[in-house]
Design a binder for this molecule. Sequence first.
Ligand code: HEM
Length: 364
Amino acid sequence: MLLSVQNTRRVAVPMLWRHMNDGKQRGQRQQLNQKYPIRTQIVQQSTAVHVKPPNVDNKSYVDILDAEWQQALPYKAIPGLTRFQMWRGFMKGGDFANLSMNDLLLKCRERFGDIYRMPGIFGQPPSIVLFNLTDFEKVYRTEGVWPVRPGGEIILHYRSSRKDGFFNETMGLTAHGEDWGKFRHAVNPILMQPKNAKLYMEPMQKVNSEFIQRIRDIRDPVTLEVPDNFISDINRLSFESVAVVALDHEFGLIRKNPDSKEARLLFDSLTTFLNALYDFGVKPSLYKYIKTPSYRRFEKSMDTIFDITNRYANEALARLERNPAKAGQERSVLEKLLKVDRKIAIIMAMDMLMAGVDTVSAII
Ligand code: HEM
């Protein structure tokens, strides 16, 4: 179940979900549709029609969802915290003051059940938290081609306020709707290729062999147990594995160069970024109105991730120019992305690091 909760951070929290159905609520529904036009479009563009019937009655998934939609309760009927409870809860001595994201989600689940509303405070959008896999499936099968997935607002805020306007054309995978769709359209043909597994088989094998050797080096010779701080080795493994693809660079963090200053800087920045998702995305924060010291720390970390990624992308570009692809030669993912568009390549590499390192560590 813990896994579901960790997934919830990435999968289910950022949902703005409305159930409006019967005649009485139609007026209210229209009002909400005007207020949130994108969600309306998502409902109309449901991809569920492509789904095979999961039942024996020859009912399509969309029929089943339609029937369920008729029974749906209004959005307001979803239980959850009020804004005041949320704000008070995070104040000193409040119920949530010292809770981690997971503990907060679990505590609210005890109070409200498997579907609940989490209000947004100080300009944040509200979220719906889901715990059941069947509900996850409904969301994914009906979100359409231009999904709106709040949850990365803090990244959007950083990206849109960068002075150099680097993200003016696209916000990458934190974008919503059409911008997100266009970005995926550009990167999918390169990233979603089974042959990538073959391409990275050897470098990944190398990273994994190093990791096995590292375990042999550090385990207790008698009990064969690894030390208590083994998680830092797991973190190095995840970082090294994702960086091989995202930055096309071997840091050698596992054994050769475990204290690489640059990797440490990047890793610490990724940790600050992850904490920010909770500190600014869920907890009450005034960052949209004033640059708090913690927002500045986050901004600095995002700048670091940006600068380092940019540098490795430039190195890959230089490699491409020095050594253009020969017939039949398979280029790296980063190089292929760079050939499509330099900006897209850099943003994709950043997004891979930001989304890939902690998830892999958590799974291991
Ligand atoms: C086993 C570990 C992993 C888990 C459980 C995991 C889980 C997820 C989930 C649940 C999403 C959200 C999907 C959505 O809302 O549509 C996601 C998105 C994403 N993941 Fe992973 N992931 C893992 C590993 C990775 C790795 C290794 C990378 C990169 C190398 C990565 C890169 C991404 C990116 C870039 C997105 C955003 C996709 C988009 O918005 O279009 N993930 N991941």
